[in-house]
Design a protein around this ligand. Structure first.
Ligand SMILES: Cc1cc2nc3c(=O)[nH]c(=O)nc-3n(C[C@H](O)[C@H](O)[C@H](O)COP(=O)(O)OP(=O)(O)OC[C@H]3O[C@@H](n4cnc5c(N)ncnc54)[C@H](O)[C@@H]3O)c2cc1C
Length: 420
């Protein structure tokens, strides 16, 4: 009996899901008669999973959202699997050799390991310019980034947030309500605002994937909390002054100075350890956007989550991709692979995003329908969906294999690499 490794790089939404799904639904399907067994190895720099969706509130005040709600240890969540089926390596992938089928891992302890893989799942996601919104190497590093922000915030009289996407809007809403207080029910602005909170949006509207009327509603809710928006302007540079304030240079030639600056201008893919031939011009992993195979990396290599070129990002897209990539992995490991159909992924492009604006209001659309503010609060604004984290980490979310009907008429689009 030979044992081969299914290697999962990255232990967040995509990597945790892939590891649990493989252990629950792929390993048990391998026939014993094949003379082969598989084991799952998960590599992540931090021992803890960060539910970073909660970042905009977590950064403001630890009493509003304690770390126990958004940080979860990874290794214990895999202790129920049979011995020898799962290994957790605390480390960072620094290279992948697709010809040799090996990954080089720099462990947190300081050693370097070369891990041969039979199958590779790339799930290393993205990082944000603001350290408090990304998984850090250790829980202590993340907690330090959050704490230093929480310490500086209460005395701030001015805050600039670059980026008018959901993270910028959510962060502005949380900060403005924390500093300026919760407005009265009928108030259109705070009675005695303590701080000026300004979003600098590169676009002419907030929340690019939502319709203009919803963006305008977000702006109205921000005004209510004492936050302003400057449109169609980009931050071109920042300078930290001697007194700790940040001066921001803008694309219109002006400058602004604030006590606190938050860069919420989007995400950068964590893919520098991969050969450049596997990446598109923005650094995302090129894949077949139907099968989620990374064809250029040879057989049995897949990408799931924000690192992939197939997705516009987001947790729902990631969850939709998990059963597709893992069913295709199961097929590719099967002795009858050639006779089995591919499972295919289709991106959900309907207008869908919900964005809390402060602790009591929110805007958004679900399945193309505009949803009321109370709905956004009930689904997300209450706790930033932290209550969903335990089922993801423990694998309960993937207890059942996600059913599908093979569709013989839908062929995987060979060569299609996704739109990102
Ligand atoms: C502040 C914020 C709020 C958000 N809110 C929402 C929301 O409300 N709804 C929504 O749908 N989406 C939201 N998103 C997007 C959502 O967080 C991402 O879609 C999701 O995190 C993608 O998961 P992932 O597993 O692909 O990657 P990530 O979550 O980025 O995780 C990647 C993992 O890989 C690890 N890693 C990185 N490099 C390496 C390496 N070389 N070797 C090994 N491991 C590595 C990282 O440490 C991390 O653990 C938000 C994002 C941010 C930043």
């Amino acid at each position: 009996m030979t044992t081969e490794t299914i290697l999962v790089l990255g232990g967040s939404f995509a990597g945790l899901s892939a590891a649990h799904y493989a252990l629950k639904h792929v390993l048990p399907s391998v026939p014993k008669s094949e003379g082969k067994t598989y084991t799952v190895t998960l590599v992540n720099p931090s021992p803890d999973f960060y539910w970073r969706v909660a970042g905009p509130r977590a950064c403001v005040d630890k009493d509003l959202l304690p770390s126990s709600k958004y940080l979860y240890p990874i290794a214990p969540a895999f202790s129920s699997y049979p011995k020898g089926q799962f290994t957790f390596i605390l480390g960072t992938a620094t290279a992948v050799d697709t010809a040799a089928k090996t990954a080089t891992i720099s462990t947190t302890e300081g050693s370097v390991q070369t891990i041969p893989y039979k199958a590779l799942i790339i799930a290393t996601g993205t990082s944000t310019p603001a350290p408090m919104f990304s998984a850090r190497a250790t829980k202590e590093e993340l907690t330090a980034a959050l704490s230093s922000f929480q310490k500086a915030l209460p005395s701030a009289k001015s805050v600039i947030i670059a980026g008018g996407g959901p993270v910028g809007v959510e962060t502005a809403g949380e900060i403005a309500e924390f500093l300026n207080g919760t407005p009265g029910f009928f108030s259109s602005k705070p009675a005695h605002p303590k701080a000026v909170v300004t979003i600098i949006s590169g676009d002419g509207k907030l929340l690019p994937i939502l319709r203009p009327a919803i963006s305008k509603q977000a702006e109205k809710f921000l005004h209510r909390l004492g936050a302003e928006v400057i449109y169609s302007t980009r931050v071109t540079g920042t300078t930290v002054e001697a007194d700790g304030k940040t001066t921001v240079a803008l694309s219109d030639g002006k400058t602004m100075t604030a006590d606190i600056y938050v860069d919420a201008t989007g995400v950068r893919p964590n893919t520098s350890y991969l050969p450049s031939t596997l990446l598109n011009e923005k650094g995302y992993v090129l894949c077949n956007s139907s099968t989620l195979r990374v064809d250029a990396a040879g057989p049995l290599v897949y990408v799931i989550g924000d690192a992939g070129s197939y997705t516009r990002g987001g947790v729902m897209d990631c969850y939709d991709a998990v059963p597709v990539a893992l069913t295709n992995l199961k097929k590719d490991l099967s002795p009858n692979a050639a006779s089995l159909p591919d499972r295919t992924y289709k991106q959900n492009t309907v207008e869908q995003q919900i964005v809390p604006v402060g602790r009591g209001k929110g805007v958004g659309a679900v399945l193309g329908w505009k949803v009321p503010s109370w709905f956004v609060w009930a689904i997300k604004g209450r706790d930033y969906m932290c209550s969903m984290a335990p089922d993801l980490v423990s694998g309960k979310k993937w207890a059942k294999e996600v059913a599908w009907k093979p569709q013989p008429t839908v062929q995987a689009k060979a060569g299609s690499q996704g739109g990102k």
